[in-house]
Design a protein. Structure first.
Length: 122
């Protein structure tokens, strides 16, 4: 697993970590049942505070990407609730697309970008 934190980014470290793990799941770097590094191990490897890793894992748990097991630690465990995922996707896309429209991004550009990103994930 290769996680890299951009220390110059305005995005919070736990969000960067969360996003990279989600992308790892989408691109099959992580599969259902895979164990993530311990909080301490990942914090040391990436060079961030253990509380930051713990927060990222907590968010991933709340969002249904991992489960926390006493013996195994953080384990990839995807929610099968597709309807909820679709509702959440629509809500997030609505805001992202509104921002794009305000900046003059054309519908065709959005479709092309989404297709390219989707192909990367599958």
């Amino acid at each position: 697993m290769f996680i890299e934190i951009d220390f110059n980014s305005e995005e919070a470290f736990y969000i960067q970590l969360r996003n990279q793990i989600i992308i790892g799941i989408a691109t099959n770097q992580f599969r259902e049942g895979d164990t993530l590094p311990s909080v301490r191990q990942l914090a040391e490897n990436v060079g961030i505070n253990m509380h930051t890793v713990n927060k990222a894992y907590s968010v991933l748990k709340q969002e249904g990407f991992i489960r926390l097991d006493r013996r195994k630690g953080a384990v990839i465990a995807l929610d099968a609730d597709k309807l909820h995922a679709m509702e959440e996707l629509e809500e997030n896309l609505r805001v992202v697309l509104a921002r794009a429209v305000c900046k003059g991004v054309a519908e065709e550009e959005v479709h092309q970008m989404v297709s390219e990103i989707f192909r990367e994930m599958c």
